[in-house]
Design a protein around this ligand. Structure first.
Ligand code: PLP
Length: 659
């Protein structure tokens, strides 16, 4: 035993906090197995994450490095024999001691950013860089704090048409502290109209005009914006949060040297740590912005993030990085063309960047309901394609977005090229076209929803798995290793008896769920009892025969004679609530959600009742309408419910709506 006290918590994460360690394992598996198409996300290199978890995390460093370091080369900044004596003799601009290495790493990050964004007119020495903003929103707030007063007018792109919350949205600080004028796109061309923007600027006389977008996929004409800003006496602020990586690689025009101030996040296409950078070529703007960031907006900088930023900027000098950014844009362009060829409408008429906005409205249900962006995104997520709902021109509320936003940075970083993009485009189009939108009667307006064909969903899911595998992710491990990432063929062999456990989640009752999903009268079961049952397909044909058992301790076991994988996947899909489980009634929906987990091979000694073709006389169960109305399944008349109890749910719902 050491004879000193040791208050440090030594040990690995898995030992000290197995809960969080497990969460990280699941999140890592999700990121590997899903195709992530959020345009603002990147899979950040390990080296960057190493710097993020480094000892720089431990320190405070309020203030800034010496100004002189702005004009030093990287070699000069890294000359410890000069920098450390200088640090000791010349009081630095920090409020804390112990920042000699923090000074160097911040100066290095600033210099690398300046070199990467330098232009012939403004070489690195003439650019002023602040790498301290904690993220994009604080960076933008800091610019406002530094350059204008509360109550002044700012002018940015309308949130609903492509702007960001920080560009003057009424729900954000930008919209609460400043007067706001917004511009949008031309309703016909869906492109920026500089005459219209100029007119708004002349009327509103903003102090800052913001150009740069969250969901407008084309580059602006920076000079046209600058001319308008100059005419009305406003600063031009370029927010290139999304496209900083593309700008560095030269595949998107740079605003540096044109805009008075430029902000960008470092975790999107740049694939660096979460953070942001502000660059200006104007020294007067620089000093105001620096004060706006600290002490105006923030306290201590995140020095570990600055160190990690320095790493990602170093990587950004490479040809590999430039190729990646070019491929990212090429992939987006190709995907947009593919989706259009497959009959989906791409909003704004295409893309000139890493993102695509798909108008989901043109997938229309039988009752005329258009597919909502939210539902489209949720169904894609179920298949393993991760994106977000997004407003597009014509939408009137962020809550009722009629588009989805798809981005190519992450999948390109994982190696996607033409062939994978084409397959992915087909998977997305197949899935969206297989959606059957419909509406519930909402309190204020119809609530859009949609169901999707189960088999198409499964096919797209395995397509996602194959695509992930094709770019190097090993997805062959079983469900024991990745218990949350089920594929249809993973639960058991088709021919084997399999047992599934179905349990309540919160108020949702597994008995009511099974009453809906199985043909037997599950709710008549007492604790410990078993009954023969069947799982039917939506069309009424038999998916599996089995025995359902109510457990004394709560929950149910379902022992099925065959097809266990399909049954498990089907029951989970019924619980999720997005698959069509009735050929005539998209409203049919199981109570839930419930927990469906695999128990593995059935213990045959446990099964005490005989299998039988059971069709209990109850109002509804999955497959009833399939058999009754599609005639695919002959059944014994004695087992069918008596007339009147099998009104179709669609009719019931129509009755509610009429009432
Ligand atoms: N600016 C734009 C254009 C953005 O798209 C975003 C983020 O989506 C931000 C600013 C804010 O960045 P953060 O989320 O890091 O605060």
């Amino acid at each position: 035993m050491p004879n000193h006290r040791d208050f440090l918590f030594r040990g690995e994460l898995a030992e000290l906090d197995p809960d969080v360690a497990e969460l990280i394992r699941h999140e890592t598996a999700r990121q590997e197995r899903y195709l992530i198409m959020i345009p603002s996300e990147s899979t950040v290199p390990q080296a960057v994450r190493e710097a993020l978890s480094s000892s720089f995390h431990n320190i405070y460093a309020e203030g800034y490095p010496l100004d002189e370091t702005r004009t030093m080369s990287q070699a000069e900044i890294l000359d410890y024999n000069a920098r450390l004596p200088e640090y000791r003799r010349v009081a630095d601009k920090r409020y804390y001691k112990g920042t000699e290495y923090a000074d160097i790493v911040e100066a290095l990050a600033r210099r690398r950013a300046a070199e990467l964004f330098a232009t012939p007119q403004y070489p690195a020495e003439k650019l002023y860089v602040n790498v301290q903003p904690l993220s994009g929103a604080p960076a933008n707030s800091a610019i406002f704090t530094g350059l204008i007063n509360v109550g002044d007018t700012i002018m940015g792109m309308d949130l609903l048409q492509g702007g960001h919350l920080t560009h003057g949205s009424p729900v954000a600080r930008s919209g609460k502290q400043y007067k706001v004028a917004s511009y949008g796109v031309d309703p016909v061309t869906e492109r920026l109209d500089y005459d219209a923007i100029r007119k708004i600027a002349l009327e509103a006389r903003p102090k800052i005009i913001i150009a740069g977008f969250t969901s407008y996929p084309f580059a602006p004409d920076w000079q046209a914006f600058k001319d308008i800003a100059q005419e009305v006496g406003a600063y031009l602020m370029a927010d290139i949060a999304h496209v900083a990586g593309l700008v560095i690689a030269g595949v998107y025009p740079s605003p540096v040297g044109i805009a008075d101030v430029v902000s960008f996040t470092t975790h999107k296409t740049l694939a660096g740590p979460r953070g942001a950078v502000i660059i200006t070529h104007r020294s007067d703007v620089s000093s105001k912005v620096d004060r706006g960031v600290f002490p105006g907006e923030q306290g201590g900088p995140h020095v570990h993030a600055i160190a990690a930023l320095a790493v990602s900027l170093r990587l950004a000098y490479t040809d590999q990085f430039k190729q990646l950014q070019k491929q990212t844009v090429d992939n987006a362009t190709r995907l947009a063309a593919k989706l259009e060829a497959r009959g989906l409408r791409v909003a704004y008429g295409g893309t000139g960047s890493h993102m695509i906005l798909v108008d989901t409205k043109n997938v229309v249900g039988k009752d005329g309901t258009p597919l909502s962006g939210d539902i489209a995104a949720r169904i894609l997520d179920l298949a393993g394609i991760v994106c977000n709902r997004n407003t597009i021109p014509g939408d009137s509320s962020a809550l009722r977005a009629s588009g989805i936003r798809l981005g190519t940075p992450w999948i390109t970083q994982r190696g996607f090229g033409d062939a994978e993009i084409d397959q992915l485009g087909d998977l997305i189009a197949d899935l969206l076209h297989a959606c059957e939108p419909f509406s519930y009667t909402g309190k204020k307006r119809p609530e859009p929803r949609a169901k999707v064909d189960f088999d198409v969903l499964q096919r797209v899911k395995s397509g996602v798995r194959d695509l992930s595998a094709s770019v190097g992710i090993d997805t062959s491990a079983g469900d024991e290793d990745y218990p949350h990432f089920y594929y249809m063929d993973r639960v058991a062999d088709v021919e084997d008896w399999t047992t599934l456990a179905i349990r309540d989640i919160g108020q949702a009752d597994a008995g009511r769920f099974l009453q809906f999903a199985l043909t037997s009268d599950v709710q008549a079961l007492k604790a410990g009892e078993q009954q023969p049952t069947q799982v039917l397909e939506a069309d009424g044909s038999v998916m599996a025969r089995g025995v359902v058992e109510r457990l004394a301790e709560g929950g149910y076991l379902l022992h099925v004679e065959s097809n266990g994988s399909r049954v498990a996947t089907w029951l989970r899909a019924l619980s999720d609530g997005f698959v069509l489980c009735d050929p005539v009634d998209p409203y049919a929906k199981a109570p839930g959600p419930v927990d469906v987990s695999s128990y593995g091979q059935t213990d045959r000694d446990r099964v005490t009742v005989q299998l039988a073709d059971v069709y209990a006389p109850k109002a509804y169960y999955v497959g009833l309408n399939g058999a009754q109305f599609c005639g695919t399944k002959p059944r014994r008349a004695a087992d069918l419910p008596v007339d009147g109890t099998r009104r179709r749910r669609a009719e019931v719902h129509a009755g509610h709506r009429a009432a």
